[in-house]
Ligand binder design. Structure first.
Ligand code: FAD
Length: 398
C-alpha cells in the first residue's frame, strides 16, 4: 500500500461497498480530496442476494460505470416471484421500478468496478486496511486509525463518512448500544444446476425466514437466505443442513434446488435487527448505506439505498463546503429522512409477514388478487411517500 505524503484529506470514507465507493466518486468529481479505506482486497465475494434493482442503472450512468457493468454480462431479471411455503406465488415485474430488467450481478464484480472507478476519479484507495477506531478532538471526529500489515496509521479529515455496512465500525464505537444476541443468520453461495426460472428472482418464504434464488453472470445462480438463529442452532450451524431442513420446506425451493450443486464457499453473517440508525452519529461523522439504515433484503433495494444515500451525502457535503459541520449534518439528516423514512416504515410493517409463513400466505393471496395493491406496495418499498405514483426513469435497457 502506497502511503500519501500528507495524512490530511477533505473527506475520509470508511468502507468501499456501493455506498462508500459511490459517495467517494461523487465527492471526487466535485473536487474533494478523498481517502477511501476498505478492509478487504477487491474483488471479494459478499453475502448478498445480488439482485441489482433496475433503478441502480441510473446510478451506474451517473457514476460513469454503466458500460463496465454491461460488459460484465449480468443476467437480466424481468420479475421477482414470491412463493409461499405451499407454493402459491405472486410476481412483481421489474419494469414497475423503471426500465425493463434488474441485473443479476455478483458483488465481487459490481463492487470491484465501482472501487476502480473511484481510483480513476482520483480517490486515494487503501485496500486490506482496517479502520479500528475514530480519532476524536473532544466530541468531534477528526479522522480514523487504520491497521494494515505494517502497523497503525492515523488519517485526518474534517468530515468522515461511516460506510462500513451493518458493522457500523465508527458509529458503534461512539454510540454505545447494548449488544443483543443475534436473532437472524444469513447464508449465501453460488450454485450450478438449479431450476430457477430464467429471468426471475425467486423469493421463498419458510418458517423463520426467507431466501432468494436468481441467475447472475455466466449462468451461475446465487442463493441467499435468512433464517432465525434458533433454527440454525438446531441444524448445527451447517448451511447445507439448514438448506435441506428449513429452506426446502418451501415447495418451490425444493423443486428448484433439488439438483443444485454449490460452486463457491458458503458465506454467513448474523445480526440482531433491521431498521434505521443515525445519519449523523457525531460531530464530524455522517453515515450512509447500511450503516445509516438496513432495509429488509426481500425488497431487493439495499444497494439502491446505498447509491441514493452515497449521492445524497456527497451533495450535502459539496453544498456546505465552507459551513460549520452542524449545518451540514442538519441538512443531510433532513434530506435523508425525506428520502427514506416512508419506505423504512412500510418495510417494518411488511417484515411481520415475511417472517411468518401464515401471514406470507395471506399476503401473497391478497396481492395476487389485486395488481393495483401489489404495484403500490412494491413501489412503496423503494420511493418516498410523495412519489408512489412512480414515473419510470430512463435506464440503460430501455
Ligand atoms: C441476506 C441479504 C441479502 C441481500 N440481498 C440484497 C439484494 O439482492 N439486493 C440489494 O439491493 N440488496 C441486498 N441486500 C442488502 C445489501 O447487501 C446492502 O444494503 C448493501 O451491501 C449496502 O451497501 P454498503 O456499501 O452500505 O455496505 P456493504 O456493502 O456492507 O459495504 C461495507 C464495506 O465496508 C467494509 N468494512 C467493514 N468494516 C471495515 C473496517 N473496519 N475498515 C474498513 N472497511 C470496513 C466491508 O469490507 C465492506 O466492503 C442484502 C442483504 C442481506 C443481509
Amino acid at each position: 500500500m502506497l502511503k500519501p505524503h500528507n495524512n490530511k484529506f477533505d473527506v475520509i470514507v470508511a468502507g468501499g461497498g456501493p455506498a462508500g465507493a459511490s459517495a467517494a466518486i461523487h465527492l471526487a468529481r466535485g473536487g474533494a480530496n478523498v481517502l477511501l479505506i476498505e478492509q478487504k482486497k477487491f474483488p471479494r465475494a459478499k453475502l448478498c442476494g445480488e439482485f441489482v434493482s433496475p433503478e441502480c442503472q441510473a446510478h451506474f450512468e451517473k457514476l460513469g460505470v454503466a458500460n463496465a457493468m454491461i460488459a460484465a454480462a449480468p443476467a437480466l431479471l424481468e420479475e421477482t416471484v414470491f412463493y409461499s411455503t405451499k407454493g402459491h406465488h405472486v410476481a412483481v415485474p421489474s419494469k414497475w421500478f423503471g426500465g425493463r430488467a434488474a441485473f443479476g450481478l455478483s458483488r465481487a464484480v459490481m463492487d470491484e468496478v465501482l472501487l476502480r472507478r473511484a481510483q480513476e476519479r482520483g480517490v486515494t484507495v487503501f485496500e486490506d486496511a482496517s479502520i479500528t477506531e475514530p480519532i476524536r478532538d473532544g466530541e468531534t471526529v477528526t479522522g480514523v486509525r487504520v491497521k494494515t500489515d505494517t502497523g497503525h496509521d492515523d488519517y485526518r479529515a474534517p468530515i468522515t463518512i461511516d460506510a462500513t455496512g451493518r458493522a457500523r465500525i465508527l458509529s458503534r464505537k461512539l454510540i454505545k448500544t447494548r449488544n443483543k444476541r443475534p436473532s437472524l443468520v444469513a447464508f449465501k453461495a453460488h450454485f450450478r444446476k438449479t431450476k430457477v426460472a430464467p429471468g426471475a428472482c425467486e423469493i421463498y418464504f419458510y418458517p423463520g425466514g426467507y431466501g432468494g434464488l436468481s441467475t447472475i453472470e455466466a449462468g451461475t445462480s446465487n442463493l441467499c437466505f435468512i433464517v432465525a438463529a434458533e433454527h440454525v442452532k438446531r441444524c448445527h450451524s451447517d448451511p447445507n443442513i439448514v438448506l435441506r431442513e428449513v429452506v426446502m420446506r418451501n415447495r418451490r425451493a425444493a423443486e428448484t434446488l433439488e439438483t443444485a450443486e454449490t460452486c463457491s464457499e458458503w458465506l454467513s453473517a448474523s445480526w440482531e435487527r433491521f431498521g434505521r440508525q443515525r445519519p449523523s452519529p457525531a460531530p464530524g461523522l455522517l453515515a450512509i448505506g447500511d450503516s445509516a439504515a438496513f432495509i429488509d433484503p426481500f425488497t431487493g433495494s439495499g444497494m439502491l439505498m446505498a447509491f441514493e444515500s452515497g449521492e445524497l451525502v456527497a451533495q450535502a457535503i459539496l453544498r456546505h463546503n465552507r459551513d460549520v459541520f452542524s449545518d451540514l449534518a442538519d441538512d443531510y439528516t433532513a434530506s435523508y429522512r425525506r428520502m427514506f423514512d416512508s419506505r423504512l416504515r412500510i418495510c417494518g410493517l411488511l417484515r411481520r409477514a415475511a417472517f411468518s409463513p401464515h401471514l406470507a400466505e395471506i399476503g401473497i393471496a391478497i396481492c395476487g388478487a389485486s395488481e393495483r395493491l401489489r404495484g403500490r406496495l412494491a413501489r412503496a418499498t423503494r420511493s418516498n411517500a410523495k412519489s408512489h405514483n412512480f414515473l419510470p426513469q430512463k435506464t440503460l435497457l430501455e
